[in-house]
Design a protein. Structure first.
Length: 704
């Protein structure tokens, strides 16, 4: 459903107001995309589209102020460039300018919808003035309410393919006579004067400026400086222009106009464009002349692309599984170089398999997926030969591959082989909607980056294989079903971590000892790897064997502890063992350093069973495990859990256990399966867990 223009006009109005009233240099609204993994820039003011495009899509899993505001549901403030480098080094890498910023979450009834971002061109104190905080909060609430109403009305506002750019209106209208007087004033100056509009195009250039740069006025007006003056395409020069626009501060640099004319270029930006002052200077004042003569055909890759390719390269070092690599590359790679479509393929079973794509129609991907590696196609050629190929127009591509049917309306392509450790891993295809030349530096950068993608993809495939093996081992060792015991209701949950590189060693079990007795056990083996999963199986088997042999709770843990010492794995295990005699309602428990069980009584009161505990299993072969005895009445709920349910980075463990007890107390009358779901979601972290979680609930009831 297409959102009407008035629905977006309020976003624009509120954004323009808060930028003006807070004195911010740049403002933007990011909205969460439907799949919830990416934030898209919907509208921006204070920055031109070209400089905004690399930020138009921000993956939620990357740590940025914008994404953190959504994930944490709170306002993120960064007061200076130094603070940005400390807290968000990747963001600082691609925004190395003096600035401060704030990212405020836009919230609905039960979810965060996006972020309001403001950027100032100067450092600011960590605590904003009260008046500014009030303005920001008012704008945040108005934007949030509008987004909620739009969604409720069936027309949710979603980011378009490109951010909309709001232009700042000229503060004071200029009379034609004033414009002529200003032009005469600039013409009389000994240095050159030039004006760039909001998008960086030249709107005015004085005759002296044209003389200094060596190009007629008529060829300069309406062009971008780095298009009409090829010697300005040095990334260092473009970086100075970006610094002026994004920071809002005056910037200068020295440039060499071939063959030997040194020019001092001074940039004075505001919200409507940039005033440029050009004057001759001595070579000694600038950088050392290049050793090689200037080459008109050698055009460096744009500095914006360099920054974002660096960002992608550093992010790839932390990618884990194949899905992570695909998302990361698809979200960052195309936007960094301005590609309109992207395909990532791997070689599998003698065929090309598409594992990720953006910008192509499904039928195009269906035609490519499953293609034999022997097919005469540019993607298979790149994979088989390890040689990249670049085609700047459809004619170039068809000329190289006679009879090739073009399945899309793209106009230029880069086919990059993915080679890792000397062997082909796959191929990456970048497509562009407009015809394009691929300068030598850009080809070199793309080819180098394709090698980093290949290495990350190769590591990810190995990781996925190990991860699948560990999960299979772990799930095979956990009980598929729990025994049915008359007079006892049981529910269990196991949730693997959603972050991290390996699986854990959490386990649980219910052991039927006879018609009136059961044993419940829960534990957590140290580590997150195949060894932890394997040891978990050994511990669970040992506990089961000792329990069915009639050992008491302390003996079960003592004997299992000695087994771990003999195995000498170097891993420690926490474990809680509970023996329940149903006829009398007698509960006996022993713990090896495990989080305390919770006991909810039928009247709603909940106790934290913080009884004396022994050492973790596997530390001391002579450790003792004291047994506690208590009553478990019918209708009560005993909750056993692992630390993944209560631990949060930097959180207080006692407070987390108390919060879990409150939830159990208030919701304990629910059927056990429903109660289990409530408990594993009690703190909202079920979709963002850093550790595995196991939960086992027992409720004695009258025998049926």
């Amino acid at each position: 459903m297409v959102v009407t223009a008035p629905a977006r006009e309020l976003l624009d109005q509120v954004l323009a107001e808060v930028v003006r009233e807070t004195g911010a240099h740049v403002g933007a609204v990011f909205l969460l995309m439907p799949e919830g993994r990416v934030l898209g820039m919907e509208v921006v003011t204070g920055a031109p589209r070209e400089l905004s495009m690399p930020w138009s899509r921000l993956p939620m899993e990357r740590s940025t102020p914008v994404a953190d505001a959504v994930r944490e549901g709170r306002t993120i403030r960064v007061g200076s460039r130094e603070e940005l480098a400390d807290r968000y080094p990747r963001t600082a890498l691609v925004m190395p300018y003096d600035l401060s910023m704030v990212a405020a979450p836009l919230t609905g009834a039960d979810a965060v919808l996006g972020t309001l971002v403001l950027i100032w061109s100067r450092p600011r104190p960590a605590e904003a003035p009260p008046a500014e905080r009030a303005l920001l909060e008012q704008a945040r609430e108005r934007l949030s309410d509008h987004l909620v109403r739009a969604g409720a009305g069936g027309e949710p506002i979603l980011p378009g393919p490109e951010p909309r750019v709001l232009r700042t209106a000229r503060a004071v209208p200029v009379h034609p006579d004033e414009a002529l007087a200003a032009a005469d004033w600039a013409r009389r100056l000994p240095e050159g004067a030039c004006a760039l509009d909001f998008d960086g195009r030249i709107t005015y250039v004085s005759p002296r400026a044209a003389e200094l740069v060596g190009v007629p006025v008529e060829r300069l007006v309406g062009s971008l400086p780095w298009e009409s003056l090829r010697w300005l395409r040095d990334p260092a020069h473009e970086d100075r222009y970006r610094a002026a626009v994004l920071s809002g501060q005056p910037v200068s640099f020295t440039a060499l106009r071939p063959p030997d004319h040194w020019l001092l270029v001074q940039l004075y930006p505001d919200a409507t464009g940039v005033s440029v002052r050009i004057s001759p200077t001595d070579a000694a004042a600038g950088p050392a002349p290049q050793a090689a003569p200037y080459d008109e055909s050698a055009v460096p890759i744009r500095i914006g692309a360099i920054y974002h390719l660096m960002h992608l390269a550093t992010a790839l070092t932390e990618a884990v599984g194949v899905d992570d690599v695909v998302r990361l590359v698809a979200d960052l790679f195309p936007s960094a170089i301005g590609a309109d479509a992207f395909v990532l393929c791997v070689a599998e079973g003698g065929r090309l398999r598409v594992i990720g794509d953006r910008g192509y129609r499904p039928e195009v991907m269906a035609a490519l997926d499953g293609t034999a590696l022997t097919a005469h196609l540019p993607a298979t050629r790149a994979l088989n030969t390890g040689v990249p190929s670049f085609y700047g127009s459809p004619e170039d591509l068809v000329r190289a591959y006679q009879g090739l049917e073009l399945l899309s309306d793209m106009s230029a392509w880069a086919f990059l082989p993915l080679i890792a450790s000397g062997r082909p891993v796959g191929a990456c295809v970048l497509a562009f909607a407009e015809e394009r030349s691929f300068p030598a530096d850009e080809r070199a950068a793309l080819t180098s980056l394709s090698g980093l993608i290949a290495q990350a993809l190769d590591r990810a495939r190995i990781y996925d294989a190990k991860h699948h093996l560990a999960h299979s081992l772990q799930s095979g060792l956990l009980p598929h079903t729990l025994p049915s015991v008359p007079g006892l209701e049981v529910a269990a949950r196991y949730l693997p971590a959603t972050t991290g590189m390996e699986v854990g060693g959490d386990f649980y079990d219910l052991i039927r000892l006879d018609d009136t007795c059961v044993a419940a056990v829960i534990g957590d083996v140290q580590g997150h790897n195949v060894n932890a999963a394997a040891l978990m199986g050994q511990v669970r088997t040992a506990v089961h064997a000792h329990a069915t042999a009639g050992a008491s709770p302390d003996q079960v843990l003592s004997r299992t502890n000695r087994l771990l010492e003999e195995l000498d794995t170097g891993l420690f295990t926490s474990c809680l063992y509970a023996h329940l005699r149903l006829t009398e309602g007698v509960l006996r428990m022993a713990s090896a350093g495990h989080p305390p069980a919770l006991l909810r009584f039928p009247d709603g009161r909940t106790d934290i069973l913080s009884r004396p505990a022994g050492l973790l299993l596997g530390i001391d072969p002579g450790a003792e495990y004291p047994t506690s005895t208590m009553t478990l009445p019918r209708g009560a709920v005993l909750a056993l859990y692992t630390d993944g349910l209560i631990e949060t980075p930097g959180g207080d463990l006692d407070e987390s256990i108390a919060a879990l007890a409150v939830t159990l107390s208030s919701r304990g009358r629910l059927p056990l399966d429903e109660l289990a779901e409530v408990l594993v979601h009690h703190d909202g972290r079920a979709t963002d867990r850093t550790d595995d979680t196991a939960l086992l609930l027992l409720r004695p009831v009258p025998p049926s």
